[in-house]
Design a protein around this ligand. Structure first.
Ligand SMILES: Cc1cc2nc3c(=O)[nH]c(=O)nc-3n(C[C@H](O)[C@H](O)[C@H](O)COP(=O)(O)OP(=O)(O)OC[C@H]3O[C@@H](n4cnc5c(N)ncnc54)[C@H](O)[C@@H]3O)c2cc1C
Length: 479
């Protein structure tokens, strides 16, 4: 332990990755301070009354397969610090025309019974991965290295290296299953013709039937509040309301972990980094942005297919062809009229989110990076398409475009919520092509944000691996 005003390490940014890095270091006896620009901690996991008093909306993340399925978060006593997961009746629904829908339940058998003749194909593709999620998650939620489960990873890699479009068209016979797989793979925010987009569809399908897609009781902020509470119990210190512009403003430590993205690091550490490294960080690319809409509702969404009311998350975009067209348009910088819309309806399962009898709805679509277009009408139309009468239950709305997201959280450059494009190149070498991507090639500097493997999502695994790198390189501790 260092003198009281000095710390063994300072972490800039209190998102889930900053907090998990802080926790692992504190668990190993290091004194750690986290510095956060905003007045509240949590990065992409805050919950606020965005529309009307008493309606609690998740500003960013809402649904947490990677949170409940995180190999590191699962080792922490977060339940003792206020975290409670709530599972909806069904993790995911993908509604289609004429009241049809694919309903995916936690139970794979229950799901298969609904899938008809394509059920066997789905089972062959997904069953091994969902049955062995605990093993699979350890290999896919981290940097490239020798896998713990080589056979399972070989199978995952065999299918996962394909484009989602190719895999769906070659494995499934029916339009609904192809559409459903496209919806899962579209979480990559990549055109579905790109290699490796199938890996996102496979991982998300496996998580549905293993850990589920829960929401956090009270809102996503309870995840990082629980992490912060445990971090402080371990002796960690958090300072909020302090925006760091240059590294020279920090005199509390000489060891830094950045819960930031490469362009931010190139700016904050511009005097400490060699030009060659700065240029490499500045050549890192960001993906499309998001346009988000929160609703206060007088009653639940009137889905045409009643089973959709039991789903925590819904993917609205119609067929594989439609979703793939909309994602490729965005990649080209064009806004499609019918974007793929991701929806979550937490208040149906968590009564703390809205006043008695009322509801909240969370929805967003992908947009070109930096877009300031208002997509409200496009989102409402996509919901109306599968829930006629939806407009009549809207009490109030709140929107944030891609540009506003960057103002809200400087990590969302141009509205990119994943800390950088998840293209094949950047998935493998994130942020730099190195065996240890967390250690920057400058003394005492590490990156722990979602700009490192395994990328976006609330799982804390980027922070966990970055802290392991610190322990190994600075303290010779191997865990
Ligand atoms: C609309 C939307 C929906 C999403 N949905 C989901 C979902 O359902 N499930 C899911 O798992 N994930 C979701 N995500 C993604 C998830 O929120 C992020 O991947 C995750 O928060 C990344 O964590 P992080 O710790 O790397 O960075 P962040 O959570 O972005 O934290 C970075 C922190 O650093 C602070 N900071 C930045 N610059 C400075 C500075 N100069 N000085 C001091 N502090 C600074 C920021 O204020 C912020 O608190 C969503 C995101 C958005 C925006």
């Amino acid at each position: 332990m260092s003198a009281s005003n000095k710390f063994d390490a300072v972490i800039i940014g209190s998102g889930p990755n900053g907090l998990s890095a802080g926790i692992l270091l504190a668990q190993h006896g290091l004194s750690v301070k986290i510095i956060e620009a905003k007045d509240t901690i949590g990065g992409g996991t805050r919950t606020q009354e965005l529309t009307e008093p008493g309606f609690y909306h998740d500003v960013c993340s809402a649904v947490h397969p990677t949170g409940i399925g995180s190999p590191f978060l699962n080792t922490l006593p977060l339940q003792d610090h206020g975290l409670e997961w709530i599972h909806p009746d069904h993790p995911v629904a993908h509604p289609l025309e004429q009241g049809n829908a694919v309903i995916a339940s936690l139970s794979l058998d229950e799901t298969l019974q609904r899938l008809g003749k394509d059920g066997k194909n789905y089972e062959n593709l997904v069953a091994d991965f969902s049955k062995h999620w605990n093993k699979l998650s350890k290999d896919i939620l981290g940097p490239i290295r020798i896998p713990h489960s080589p056979l399972l990873m070989a199978k995952f890699g065999w299918y996962g290296m394909l484009s989602a479009k190719l895999l769906a068209n070659s494995i499934f016979d029916t339009t609904p299953l192809k559409a459903y797989f496209a919806g899962l793979a579209a979480h990559s925010i990549l055109p579905l013709e790109k290699a490796f987009t199938a890996s996102f569809g496979l991982a998300f399908a496996a998580s549905i039937h293993s850990v589920g897609w829960p929401v956090a009781k009270g809102g996503s902020s309870t995840i990082t509040n629980a992490m912060a509470s445990y971090f402080k119990k371990l002796g960690g210190v958090i300072e909020t309301g302090r925006y760091i512009s240059t590294l020279s403003e920090i005199d509390e430590s000489e060891l830094f972990l950045f819960d930031l993205t490469p362009h931010q690091i190139a700016s904050i550490a511009q005097h400490e980094l060699p030009n060659s490294l700065k240029n490499k960080l500045l050549s890192y690319t960001y993906g499309p942005g998001v346009f988000k809409m929160d609703f206060a509702l007088s009653e639940p969404v009137p889905w045409e297919n009643p089973e959709c009311s039991g789903a925590g998350t819904l993917h609205l975009g119609g067929t594989l062809e439609e979703i793939s067209f909309s994602e490729s348009q965005i990649w080209k910088g064009k806004q499609p009229d019918k974007p793929f819309v991701l929806v979550s309806q937490p208040s149906l399962f968590d009564r703390t989110r809205a006043p008695e009898g009322k509801h909240t709805l969370w929805a967003y679509c992908h947009v070109p990076n930096g877009s300031d277009e208002d997509c409200s009408e496009m989102i409402i139309k996509q919901i109306e398409r599968f829930a006629p009468g939806f407009r009549d239950v809207i009490l109030a709305t709140h929107t944030m475009n891609a540009h506003e997201y960057e103002v809200y959280n400087p990590n969302y450059l141009g509205g990119d919520i994943n800390g950088g494009s998840q293209s094949f190149k950047q998935l493998m070498g994130r942020p730099l092509l190195k065996w240890d991507p967390y250690q920057l090639p400058v003394k005492g500097m590490y990156i722990c944000s979602s700009s490192t493997p395994p990328g976006g999502g609330v799982h804390g695994m980027c922070g966990y691996h970055a802290a392991r790198s610190v322990l190994k390189n600075e303290y010779d501790i191997n865990i």
